[in-house]
Design a protein around this ligand. Sequence first.
Ligand code: OSB
Ligand code: MG
Length: 363
Amino acid sequence: IQIQNIEAYEHDLELVTPFKTSYGELTRKKTDIFVVTSTGGIQGYGELLSFETPDYIEETLSNDRHLIKTDLVPLIAGQVLYSPRQVRDLFSPVKGNQMAKSAIETAIWDLFAKVNELSLSEYIGLINEEITVGVSLGIQKDEETLLNIVTDYVNQGYSRIKLKISKGKDLSYIKKIREVYPDLTIMVDANSGYHLSDIDLLKQLDNYRLAMIEQPLGASDFYEHSLLQKEINTPICLDENIRSLNDVKLAHSIRSCQSINLKIPRVGGLTEALEILEYAKDNQLSIWLGGMLESGVGRSLNLILANHSAFTLPGDLSASDRYYVEDVITQSFSLNNGKMKASNEVGIGVCLKETRVKKKKYL
Ligand code: OSB
Ligand code: MG
């Protein structure tokens, strides 16, 4: 196939509740839905997930919009594509900027599945089943507030809870939740809010039977995480610094972590994500699917990939009602006995709502 047209709808979505992390608070999220159209008139959808500010990782939405226009689109315009797996190599002259690449690459996967009249699950070779999922909860003003929120999500059926932590809003919060829920799978995410010098505090995490701590140290660090992992029993999971299969190999070989948070956008798309999953499986490395507060477009894709047999734990993949007041797709994903199921419709299986948001032409 050849790509004839690329456009993006620029949404500004309101979160159901503010999402606070060690680096900041979000009440809304801008998200661009890319629509890639083939010469045959078939459309694929992909979501651009970078944030407005470079506080999670360095990539930003405005830079990505620019880069897609000036650098990525010219690399695929006019090319004859026979597989979505070619896109990663076509984009290889551009270094980094994985989320920008992923927006286009995942749209092209959707497009190829649709051209073949298959669901993306079938196209990749995955079987949709009921998936046990988890929820990621932002930092709260006090322990009691967090406990009420955790209780609400446990009652909804979530069996794996991730708590965002930051310096000063950590041990007392974790202790409170662990006391009330002795058997709950609890993990924590520091979003690189600590330093190696906080080792005495980090060692105390071992008292709470946490499934893991995500990215305690630097957002691009591998070495200090490996030193920390030697000193604590709580498994370390890496998120921010995992941009490629090579990063997973590095982390695994120097023992920076015992688990990987895999996010499709953070590794540049589905081709790289699938290779990482194969590597994790071959090397018995714990891996689970992370989230980027996706709208329905990104979440539908995540839910499809969540069927991969390499995943060892429920992901940050929650029902639609946990995220936005209004979504960009006509369907919604709900929780059924703690589980969610991917769409079996063609491609990623979503219909975009009619919208009056700004539309930008890229090709
Ligand atoms: O660190 O995993 C993270 C959301 C945005 C940016 C970074 C992270 C997160 C989450 C939420 O934890 C996961 C989700 O439910 O989408
Ligand atoms: Mg994280």
